[in-house]
Design a protein around this ligand. Structure first.
Ligand SMILES: Cc1cc2nc3c(=O)[nH]c(=O)nc-3n(C[C@H](O)[C@H](O)[C@H](O)COP(=O)(O)O)c2cc1C
Length: 344
């Protein structure tokens, strides 16, 4: 059983948050404004490094975020990096990580080993996105500080495992921090993530239609209009299994046969302009039905916080009711004599 980052470290990380939640990094969705608004609203905001079209733009984005978030009371911000071997910008991005020192670096599509030492040097934490217990084990062996379990129903590159069993299996070898991602859409889900053994929730789809995201208006409208039945899971678009909005697949002329095909993963070249995936073919997770309006991040987070508080209040009531029930049952059973009440 391994535990690297302590519960105390985790508490420090989520100090100044209103609830244990993180706005997920989303390619061509998360703008610096979305990250700043998330942290100011009281959850951890995460920027996806490839959203900046070049290293100069990433420098500007990180400068904007670190200044925008530095106000007292804001939650920390995180940076998401692609660590896949084909990703050309990795070394240049790492230099910026060392300059801006995000408290949390999350890694996607590869081993977190490449960044660990560097981030630890300035006191940051590394969390790896993983979609299977085997990936989780590898990340733990590499020395990661926390895991983000990407489960079935997630937007973007999705997992396929149910969160109940996925958390349980990972908890057999990892006691450290776990974030849960996939279809988490309302405050009750954030609490549910904690109840099944995770420490915090990671929400992506819930924020795509936020006013501060960098998507075009038609994408926001489609989110508001769509439900989970409008999604298709396929590896054909980006090379990795992802959930896509069906109307955008139809528009791109992708046939059912093409959608069942696989494609080689390749992040080389300018990934912010090259692929049709993400720019023309849009993604969302199973929680899309919970997006019913275009709102600022602050309104979304306010509602999540209220729902989270309501969940805690219902739990307290349920515990009280159950303990009263237990007490009266114990009192009743104590007064029943041996053999009484048994029908022959
Ligand atoms: C449009 C879109 C783009 C995404 N891009 C990235 C990305 O660049 N890096 C990454 O680690 N995760 C990415 N994700 C996955 C999210 O970080 C997160 O795991 C997921 O959104 C959680 O599931 P949910 O959307 O159901 O809340 C993306 C998700 C979406 C919806």
């Amino acid at each position: 059983m391994q535990e690297k980052m302590t519960a105390q470290n985790l508490r420090e990380l989520f100090a100044n948050t209103r609830m244990p939640a993180m706005a997920a990094p989303m390619f061509l969705v998360s703008s610096p404004e979305l990250v700043i608004a998330s942290s100011r609203a009281g959850i951890v905001g995460t920027y996806a490094a490839p959203n900046a079209r070049n290293i100069g733009a990433l420098d500007e984005a990180l400068s904007l975020i670190s200044t925008g978030v530095s106000q007292s009371g804001a939650a920390p911000w995180a940076l998401n990096m692609i660590v896949h071997s084909s990703y050309d910008r990795f070394d240049a991005e790492l230099e910026l990580v060392l300059r801006y020192q995000p408290k949390i670096v999350t890694t996607a599509l590869g081993s977190p080993r490449r960044v660990l030492e560097h981030v630890h040097c300035y006191g940051g934490f590394v969390m790896a996105d993983v979609a299977t217990p085997a990936m989780a084990r590898k990340a733990v062996d590499a020395g990661v500080d926390g895991l983000i379990l990407v489960c079935a129903g997630a937007g973007g590159h999705t997992g396929t495992y149910h969160p109940f069993s996925f958390v349980d299996e990972v908890r057999q070898f990892w006691r450290g921090p776990i974030g849960l991602a996939g279809a988490i859409s309302v405050g009750a889900h954030i609490r549910a993530a904690q109840q099944i053994g995770a420490d915090f929730a990671v929400l992506g789809t819930r924020f795509i239609a936020a006013e501060e995201s960098m998507v075009q208006p038609a994408y926001r409208d489609m989110l508001v209009e769509s439900s989970m039945e409008d999604l298709v899971a396929s590896k054909a678009v980006s090379g990795v299994l992802a959930n896509w909005l069906r109307p955008t697949l139809d528009r791109a002329g992708l046939s059912a046969t093409q959608l069942s095909e696989e494609k080689k993963i390749d992040f080389s070249g300018d990934i912010s302009t090259a692929p049709k995936a993400w720019r023309d073919v849009w993604s969302a997770g199973h929680g899309v039905g919970a997006v019913t309006a275009i709102e600022p991040v602050s309104a979304i987070v306010d509602r999540l916080a209220q729902e989270y508080a309501n969940s805690l209040a219902s739990e307290r009531e349920a515990i009280k009711r159950l303990s009263d029930q237990l007490e009266s049952w114990q009192a009743g059973s104590a007064s029943v004599g041996c053999g009484e009440g048994v029908t022959q």
